[in-house]
Design a protein around this ligand. Structure first.
Ligand code: BES
Ligand code: MN
Ligand code: ZN
Length: 489
């Protein structure tokens, strides 16, 4: 990973392979850079429009050989999210130029303090360089990006605040990169056992308690949903619990992440087209583990428990079948209408298991429904729950991190839709309101303040943006960390 630093140096005095300066629309560069920037400005080629760039060469005028101007757009509409993208544009350009060191003059934001600003810049710069290249043989996989990325600030007070913010941003980016790596990893590598090993490493790194149940342990604990989905899988399931106890023993926050390492649909098998994407069906678990990596690195003064139920969903002679009835952890019965609605079965187990912690709040995240992708596309996660304050808190954390979550309703009518004929509940409510009936199903197992993030549209993408690539985004690892930081105050 790139090292993010902070320096109290004026840009015209900074010495780096690439000097970068963000300029708001119709504003002028600082005195010492005017001469170098002048050709781009007077030609009208560079006006400060968002995302616009101009690469200039200062010759002897500057200690840095290259100056990159980056447009920030209007000052009053600039946000930390836009800064993440700007910093990523800079770090990617540095990589393209083979610049090993970057000095980026930290812009000032109207509505964010210096620490928040530096954090956003650090996150963007680091995440913009993320690549998943380990299976490309013959290509140079050492990433070739910049080694040092310094944020330039002007005041001494700023230096301290910016260092703090950049440090947080670096750790959050590290956790997010781990989440992306886990999710991008194909299902023949990222098995439930593999996830448990990675969780074990996080736990060992930061002194967390790690508990892992194997198939026998899962059955013994009565985690029926997980045991049933896993029955026909030859890669053994795991029920992973990580405890970070740094808060002094108050009620913990519990994070739950769905980790179906491959979702074929089971007996209710999915169509071939796009099935390869179902390796991402552990994106929730990946994000929870990534968030725990950041929680550990930040040493948050908080009690946090992560629960990741992990299995494959495959057809086989031993597979569960439509029509089967399960008696779940906690005693409720569920009739299976489709084996492709498997995620809610393992999440129900995890929620029910979470009761023993008497949690202050539980947030689960899961690539749960195609319906949520239809509703919100890739631009927001679906947000549901049983506690308005918690929902608002999660939504705010999403706003702050650029990992948007948008509230969806859990009206009683959605619960009616999943009332069973032969059993208490059925695992599908039919086509109408698919994201909401899935949420309503989970609600039946949530006996505490609870919020649910449906990340089916946001956990991975076909395109990528300035700081995400095609494939796993790591969402909502940053949202979760932000939420936890908010709770550690
Ligand atoms: N993992 C899928 C949901 C999904 C779909 C994630 C598309 C990412 C992209 C989930 O297990 C599933 O199959 N859900 C079904 C539920 C239905 C059968 C009630 C769905 O959404 O079609
Ligand atoms: Mn499914
Ligand atoms: Zn699934």
């Amino acid at each position: 990973m790139v090292r993010i630093g902070v320096k109290k140096v004026a840009p015209e005095e900074a010495r780096a392979d690439l000097l970068a300066l963000g300029l708001y629309a119709d504003e002028q560069p600082p005195e010492g850079l005017t001469a170098t920037a002048e050709p781009a400005l007077s030609s009208g080629d560079f006006t400060g429009k968002p995302g616009q760039t101009a690469l200039l060469y200062g010759g002897d005028a500057l200690p840095s050989p290259r100056l990159l101007l980056v447009g920030l757009g209007g000052r009053s509409s600039f946000t930390p999210e836009k800064l993440r993208r700007t910093a990523a544009t800079v770090s990617r350009r540095a990589r393209a130029l083979k610049a090993r060191s970057v000095a980026f003059s930290l812009p000032t934001l109207e509505d964010a303090d210096v620490a928040t600003t530096a954090r956003a810049a650090a996150e963007g710069a680091a995440l913009g360089l993320y690549r998943f290249g380990r299976y490309k043989t013959g290509e140079n996989n050492d990433d070739g990006g910049p080694e040092d990325f310094d944020l330039l600030v002007s005041g001494s007070g700023d230096e301290e605040a910016a260092s703090r913010g950049a440090g947080i941003g670096e750790k959050v980016a590290g956790g997010t990169a781990l989440a992306r790596d886990l999710a991008n990893e194909p299902s023949n590598t990222a098995t439930p056992e593999y996830l448990a090993e990675r969780a074990g490493e996080i736990g060992a790194r930061y002194g967390m308690t790690v508990g892992v149940l194997d198939r026998a342990g899962i059955e013994e604990e009565g985690l029926t949903g997980l045991a049933t989905v896993a029955r026909s899988a030859s890669n053994e399931p795991r029920f992973i619990v990580l405890e970070h106890r740094k808060g002094g023993g108050e009620r913990p926050v519990v994070l739950v992440g769905k980790a179906v390492t491959f979702d074929s649909g089971g007996i209710s098998i999915k169509p071939t087209t796009g099935m390869e994407d179902m390796k991402f069906d552990m994106g929730g678990g990946a994000a929870v583990l990534g968030a725990m990596e950041a929680v550990g690195a930040l040493d948050l003064p908080l009690d946090v428990v992560a629960i990741v139920p992990a299995t494959e969903n495959l057809p086989g002679g031993d597979a569960f079948k439509p029509g089967d009835v399960l008696t779940m952890h906690g005693g409720k019965t569920v009739e299976i209408l489709t084996t492709d609605a498997e995620g809610r079965l393992l999440l129900a187990d995890a929620l029910s298991y979470a009761r023993r912690y008497e949690p202050a709040a539980v947030v689960d995240c899961a690539t749960l429904t195609g319906a949520c992708v239809v509703a919100l596309g890739g631009h927001a996660s679906g947000l549901m729950g049983n506690d308005e304050d918690l929902i608002a808190e999660v939504r705010t954390a999403g706003e702050a991190t650029g990992e948007r979550a948008w509230p969806l309703p859990l009206f009683d009518e959605y619960t009616e839709q999943i009332k069973g004929d032969t059993a208490d509940l059925k695992n599908s409510g039919g086509r109408g309101g698919g994201a909401l009936t899935a949420g309503a199903f989970l609600k039946e197992f949530a006996d505490f303040p609870w919020a649910h993030l449906d990340i089916a549209g946001t956990a991975y993408g076909k395109k990528g943006n300035a700081y995400t690539t095609k494939g796993a985004t790591g969402t909502p690892a940053r949202l979760l960390v932000e939420f936890l930081i908010g709770r550690s105050g």
